[in-house]
Design a protein around this ligand. Structure first.
Ligand SMILES: Nc1c(NC[C@H](O)[C@H](O)[C@H](O)CO)[nH]c(=O)[nH]c1=O
Ligand SMILES: CC(=O)[C@@H](O)COP(=O)(O)O
Length: 219
């Protein structure tokens, strides 16, 4: 049977859609977030063999081991991005934000697969399949659900949210919820590179952290 999804070169996506939009205002030239790796009570006995090799596993005063994903150890991490085409003007901006973040944090383009689906309702089943494939360390889900006149909004938004959660639980691969659920287009655009930032970029950071947590600490 033919492949059920098509891989899209993210570089091409960025190029093809960047001509008719203004630059995203919330991007900076350096990584947006960094975690302190300092150990306040550096007792050798408290640091496990594994954490010695990982600057992001820190031991607290209590002696408990604290594990946290790294935003900098991205080498070899592979990501799938499932994007709803519904409200495409918005989801393209979210996708661009996500790809820009992956690039800033040194995720290689060839380690990113973008899969387009009709609407947010279709995201979970694809996320689950991608998670189960074993090919990805995290699946980032992007969509934009905007309230209309009927109760359709609740159905789509709630299904997307619980479906993405189920996809993660069922596949064992972090599935990240980058689906906007907004009252109107103003609210939506504000969160797709406007006043409230770019939630696609934020969700990509979450994907990196979770992928690292699983890969470096929870295997
Ligand atoms: N209204 C929105 C939808 N609706 C479409 C559904 O997601 C789905 O494709 C359809 O019901 C067929 O199963 N999708 C969004 O992503 N955003 C919306 O605002
Ligand atoms: C998300 C939606 O519900 C929307 O596109 C549908 O609008 P309506 O409730 O007016 O049919």
């Amino acid at each position: 049977m033919a492949a059920t999804f098509a891989a899209v070169n993210p570089a091409k996506l960025l190029t093809s859609s960047s001509s008719n939009r203004s630059p995203l205002p919330h991007f900076h030239s350096r990584p947006l977030v960094s975690f302190s790796t300092s150990i306040r009570t550096p007792s050798a006995n408290l640091v496990s063999a594994r954490s010695r090799h990982s600057p992001v596993a820190v031991s607290a005063a209590s002696g408990s081991q604290h594990l946290i994903g790294s935003l900098t150890k991205t080498e070899g991490l592979r990501f799938a991005v499932v994007v709803a085409r519904f409200n495409e003007v918005v989801t393209n901006l979210l996708l661009e934000g996500a790809l820009e973040t992956f690039r800033r944090y040194s995720v290689r383009e060839e380690d990113i697969t973008v899969v387009k689906v009709p609407g947010s309702f279709e995201i979970p089943v694809v996320a689950q399949k991608l998670g189960r494939s074993g090919n990805y360390h995290a699946v980032l889900c992007i969509g934009a659900v905007i309230r209309g006149d009927t109760t359709h909004y609740e159905a789509v938004a709630n299904s997307a949210a619980s479906g993405v959660m189920s996809a993660g639980l069922e596949s064992g691969v972090p599935c990240i919820f980058g689906v906007l659920t907004c009252e109107n287009m103003d609210q939506t655009l504000n969160r797709a590179g406007g006043k409230a930032g770019n939630k696609g970029a934020e969700a990509a950071l979450t994907a990196i952290e979770m992928a690292s947590l699983f890969e470096h600490h929870l295997k």
